[in-house]
Design a protein around this ligand. Structure first.
Ligand code: FEO
Length: 394
């Protein structure tokens, strides 16, 4: 089903309520949309395709408006297959179409699909006339891959922003910010940006500044996932600016693993001590919490506290996985506190500390290692660590 956005511009994207894990990693309890936009003028352009299994539904949406074989331009802002999977299919249906993308995207295209349509490589801020409407291409590297750009529809002031300003959550027939549950959109946008784009926060800041510096009017932000913002397009831009800001927030997150509850006891004692000192605490058990919720809450936390039991002489595997995420998501440097319980060897805390030091995180003292249940001395250390965390958050 298509929706008209403004005269001659249509939403022709699809909902995916089948995929359980985005990128094979992040839960999709509300699904996700793959947005695609059709612009019908003297020339016809489609901005983005969809993930491959949804090709037929996407083509049907286009067929409600025009014959897809008449498409002149396939604008690919980004080569990730959730936006390009249908390319080989549309290439067969519209053999005279031209793919419009960056030079780097062209190289990706050849390695992913090797579709042999004509192509037009666009430079930053290059324009393409469709007749009465003009497309302007704004290079936006690392939003979310190095080849990415945004496309701006000049006359209608619509910014097709690609992954930037996107959200998890299928649209279910609704499309605009004034039609959807914005509380859910806020939660799912933040979870999306924290899981997908955290590594590229500085590029989010640069991208927003670049759009502002262009001085272009923006009547709508039309991303490649989630709703189209027409009522308040600045809402999502401002939220992204806030969520990607280097200014962290004054709260602490405790992320811990536990097998039999010993480590949980330390985590809860520390939480109580922190709250007695007026510190806001978010706590996650890595065996229970959805990983995307953990990373979302961790990204903005002023202090991260890790609690690991020792498991086969190593850190608790799910906690260790989070430490790896801290590295590959390039989590901004901030103080990290560490505790852990063990039965005899205690390698969990030792190896986690080594890794944090290698990653150049400041590790707050005391690092607490508890054999079995906490002794009186270790109880005192928990209070001391709570003091250090509270000071770090001031
Ligand atoms: Fe929605 Fe980076 O692809």
């Amino acid at each position: 089903m298509h929706r008209e956005i403004t005269q001659g511009v249509y939403y022709v994207g699809v909902d995916d309520t089948h995929t359980e894990l985005f990128e094979g990693l992040w839960a999709l309890p509300f699904g996700v949309s793959y947005n695609s936009y059709l612009i019908v003028d003297e020339k016809i352009a489609v901005v983005e395709t969809v993930k491959e299994p949804w090709t037929e539904e996407w083509l049907d949406n286009i067929r409600e408006i025009i014959d897809p074989s008449k498409i002149d331009y396939i604008v690919l802002n980004h080569m990730e297959p959730d936006h390009t999977g249908a390319l080989p299919h549309i290439a067969k249906i519209a053999p005279n179409a031209t793919i419009v993308y960056t030079e780097r995207a062209s190289k990706f295209q050849k390695s992913f699909y090797d579709v042999t349509l004509k192509e037009r490589i666009v430079e930053d801020l290059e324009e393409l006339s469709l007749g009465s409407k003009t497309l302007k291409f704004v290079h936006a590297p690392f939003l979310h891959w190095p080849e990415t750009m945004m496309t701006y529809l000049v006359e209608d002031q619509i910014l097709f922003s690609c992954d930037a300003f996107g959200a998890f959550g299928a649209l279910g027939g609704r499309l605009f910010d004034d039609e959807v549950d914005m509380a859910l959109v806020e939660k799912e946008s933040k979870r999306y940006v924290s899981t997908i784009i955290t590594s590229y926060f500085k590029f989010v800041q640069r991208g927003i500044q670049k759009v502002k510096d262009l001085g272009i009017g923006i009547k709508m932000v039309a991303p490649s996932h989630g709703p189209v913002y027409r009522k308040d397009p600045m809402w999502v831009i401002n939220k992204y600016a806030e969520w990607s800001s280097p200014e962290l927030e004054k709260y602490c997150i405790i992320i811990y693993g536990t097998m039999y509850g010993f480590n949980r006891r330390v985590a809860m004692k520390l939480k109580r001590q922190l709250e007695e000192r007026g510190v806001r605490v978010i706590i996650h058990n890595v065996s229970v919490s959805e990983p995307s919720e953990v990373i979302t809450d961790a990204v903005r936390a002023g202090v991260i506290v890790l609690g690991t039991p020792t498991y086969d002489a190593f850190p608790f595997p799910r906690l260790w996985h989070f430490v790896n995420e801290m590295q590959c998501k390039r989590l901004q440097k901030r103080p990290v506190a560490l505790f852990g319980t063990y039965g005899w060897g205690g390698g969990g805390v030792k190896k986690t500390r080594e890794m944090l030091t290698e990653m150049k995180f400041e590790v707050l003292e005391p690092v607490i290692r508890v054999k079995g249940r906490p002794t009186d001395e270790e109880e005192r250390q928990i209070g001391e660590l709570a003091d250090r965390i509270a000071e770090a958050l001031k």
